[in-house]
Design a binder for this molecule. Sequence first.
Ligand code: GP9
Ligand code: MN
Length: 689
Amino acid sequence: MRSALNKVQGFLDRRIGFFTLIFLIYWLKTYLVYVNKFSLGISDGMQTFLAIMNPVPFGLLLFGIALYFKGKKSYWIMLIIDLIESLWLFANILYYREFSDFLSVGIIKSSGSVSNNLTLSISEIIHASDFLVFADVIILAILLLTKIIKVDSNPLKKRYPISITLISCLTFALNLGLANKDRPQLLTRTFDNNYIVKYLGLNFYAGYNVYQAHKQSSTRANANSSDIDKVLKFLKTNRSTRNATYFGKAAGKNVFIFHLESFQQFLINYKVDGKEVTPNINKFYTDQNTLAFDNFYNQVGQGKTSDAEMMLENSLFGLSSGSAMTSYGTSNTFQALPAFLDQRGYSTASFHGDVGSFWNRDNTYKSWGYQYFFSEDYYQDKTNYSIGYGLKDKIFLKQSIKYLEKLPQPFYAKLITVTNHYPYELDKQNQSIAKTKTGDNTVDGYVQTAHYLDQAFGEFISYLKKAGLYDNSLIVVYGDHYGISNNHKKAIAQLLGKKKVTSYDLAQFQKVPFMVHATGLKGGINHTYGGEIDVMPTLLDLLGIENTDTIQLGNDLLSTNRNQTVAFRNGDFVSPGFSKIGSKVYNNQGVDVTKKLTKEQKAEVNQQQEHTTTVLSLSDKIVTGDLLRFYTPNNFTKVNKTAYSYKYRDSMKKLNAAQKDTQHKSLKQQNGGKSTQKLYVTDAPELKK
Ligand code: GP9
Ligand code: MN
């Protein structure tokens, strides 16, 4: 026993021994903070392994620096690094407790506005156990100062620090490789800071954030107010004129944006074994008061849902890589649809059964003027209630009612469903239609989850009718992006009943539903070519909100003189005449006419290409240069992000206080203070007693 202790003491008295000790404590401490102080959503063995291993590479790298130095200096450097690491952990623990996110350069720079926005008191923010992260720094310093651990002044052979640096690089490569395997495009798409920390660690996150912030801030700094003039000049000649028959047709109504996850247009009226996949949506599609667009395309890039949201509510594109909401949602100035409505007496809310941090919604929505964001924390989640990214649609929609019915009217409510999401898995008890039989496993379940989504939609619409919301609302229904990616050509061909699909077919396969319904609105199928970028101007016009001086890159789908070239994020385009996909030009019958174009046709295609490139690059300039800070349209007030909080307690307080507003009555108030939740009927098997 004694000799073992002596051995340990002997080891600790060597520099490499002290290094090992401080490194191991840092490693353990970081992991304990991950699991006890953050909610990273570690869900399986691989993710646990990565969360355990990810403190290693940067730990070795940083503490390893000390080993390049001699004597006492080397010990001090180790302690200072440990102290910096502890401070970083500590600061993140506090920040996370309030915001469920990690500190970023942007936040640190604007710490004034953050503290304004604090809703917890200091005693609630700091827990006594948080200070434990400093325990090792203090104890190790004492052990050194009291010489219980002795300073080893023997020089260390150079190969030690060099090999530690090398091991750090190797472990990092392994970490990155495994992380990317488990979560492809983790860094290019940047979904969520929680994901970066879970997979690559808090140190990597810090470095990556500094790098990105630097890149972004130099672009922003180089932009100036004359840049917005170019945008305004473009809009002067490219804004279409509104359609007088539709302008203001839905003024004053409640607005629903019903987000159909991964829902493609081909599903409309699609049948499997003779059975309609989406009977409820089909019925809605042909309703006499529904205006449906059958040449409406998704225009998303890597930001997928977030790009769709960005386009729909800002009429600005996502980025060519990554997600605009994640990279710019917190810091940029926006003039978004919810803010327009917020400033016109609407209450505004987004509902989603996933964590609030995904796609940085919890910050972006503040910049967009959302008064409420009901995310995962607001929903009851029991065993079997969730699948994939979050709550199953039927359960999500039913539970949304208790918040929805309390919103002062008119309201703008966006409901983001998620069950119809890749990999399209659904538990047996919820399957009620046969899979397709293409033999492609990731494709065949798609109709099943789409069918489930359709049922959920049907239940929601029935509720709206019973609760009396159906007739006084503008109901917008849209599919955010493709569900079946172009990697599944064979299966796509089978689904479409074709032998083979061309690039043209795949471009047409990017169609998603877009419908607007309002009682009294003249419905029908409109064939104009358009996409997600056009939604905001369309809705502003329907709601009767002036938008002749706004910065929007789309055009009202109902105007008659609009440009029908639909830009894809990769620079391709489709239109009623020609479509350019990759290096080929197709006519509207899908025939490759690249080499057969007349001089006039060539000029037409070039003009369309020019339009596509221009809208995309103007959008990128607006977003990366934060150009909206230089321009505010008339009748719009700059959004004060700090006025919003999505904390459960704050929102409930606000919502409850709103029940006394006699001017803007909520549905519940109209119902004599009685809840309408009972009117919601769902056949969700999970909710059966
Ligand atoms: C997650 C959900 C999915 O909250 O919106 O996003 P997606 O993967 O479709 O972009
Ligand atoms: Mn999506």
